[in-house]
Design a protein around this ligand. Structure first.
Ligand SMILES: NC(=O)c1ccc[n+]([C@@H]2O[C@H](COP(=O)([O-])OP(=O)(O)OC[C@H]3O[C@@H](n4cnc5c(N)ncnc54)[C@H](OP(=O)(O)O)[C@@H]3O)[C@@H](O)[C@H]2O)c1
Length: 226
């Protein structure tokens, strides 16, 4: 049994990771802005092995309070999942800078904030798995979604540095593109189910070694180009 902390666990890929880890017998701390009915039902069904804690990753106070509420047990896997798309309209002429700030706060500062809050409970062998995107890659051709792509590229660069800084402690840091997944974020015409994405991410995470810390993978185990 492993202790697992997951941000953005109310729905989408985060919920599916919470469900599969709970079903596998792990102790899951589901960190959410607001619990969904599905997550509440899962917590009730598993009587204490999955607990739900309020955590808005954009807020220092919320991250500190939410992590403290989970107690002091070691954390074996921390999944930084919470994310938003941010501004979608064409931005060549103008941008909504408040919306940009929110994207950067949630998807760049958020994962670091959460990592810092749990750091005293991470140990040699712990894994911090960050859900990024193929849109972070300079090699992936697409137009638009400037804030989202910039944030995920920033997350990748930052976590690569964090991986170097944590390597001596034996803490693995990973970056995963979860696939194009049928969640609220990508819609029903996306390519793979949240179940498939989460199952593949779990397999990838289980095999992630310290030698591979700071690497960028696709959900299916292929290395992702930067
Ligand atoms: N789906 C894809 O095709 C795809 C592709 C590449 C990368 N990703 C990445 O994978 C991750 C999960 O995406 P998804 O498809 O599962 O998205 P989703 O279904 O839209 O779920 C996003 C989750 O993040 C949570 N969240 C947003 N802002 C938050 C905040 N400030 N604090 C805490 N939680 C917050 C949401 O909580 P609420 O329920 O409170 O809104 C929701 O639970 C994201 O980082 C996303 O960028 C997804």
């Amino acid at each position: 049994m492993a202790n697992i902390a997951i941000t953005g666990a109310a729905r989408g890929i985060g919920f599916e990771l919470a469900k599969q880890h709970t079903q596998a017998g792990d102790r899951v701390f589901a960190l959410v802005r607001k619990p969904s009915a599905a997550l509440t039902a899962l917590a009730e069904a598993f009587g204490g092995t999955l607990t739900v804690h309020t955590m808005d990753v954009s807020s220092d106070a919320s991250v500190k309070a939410g992590s403290a509420e989970t107690g002091g047990e070691p954390i074996d896997i921390l999944y930084n999942v919470a994310g938003i798309v941010g501004p979608i309209p064409p931005e060549l002429e103008s941008s909504d800078w408040d919306a940009w700030d929110e994207v950067i706060n949630i998807m760049v500062k958020g994962p670091l904030r959460v990592l810092q809050a749990f750091l005293p409970r991470l140990h040699a062998g712990s894994k911090v798995i960050n859900l990024t995107s193929q849109l972070a890659a300079s090699t992936w051709p697409y137009g638009g979604l400037y804030a989202y792509g910039a944030a995920k590229a920033g997350l990748n660069r930052m976590m690569r540095s964090v991986a170097i800084d944590l390597k001596a402690r034996g803490i693995v840091v990973g970056l995963v593109h979860p696939g194009y997944v049928r969640t609220e974020m990508s819609g029903p015409s996306a390519e793979i189910s949240p179940e498939e994405s989460a199952a593949s991410i779990r397999t990838l995470t289980a095999g992630w070694t310290i030698e591979e810390t700071g690497e960028f993978y696709k959900w299916n185990g292929e290395k992702h180009a930067w």
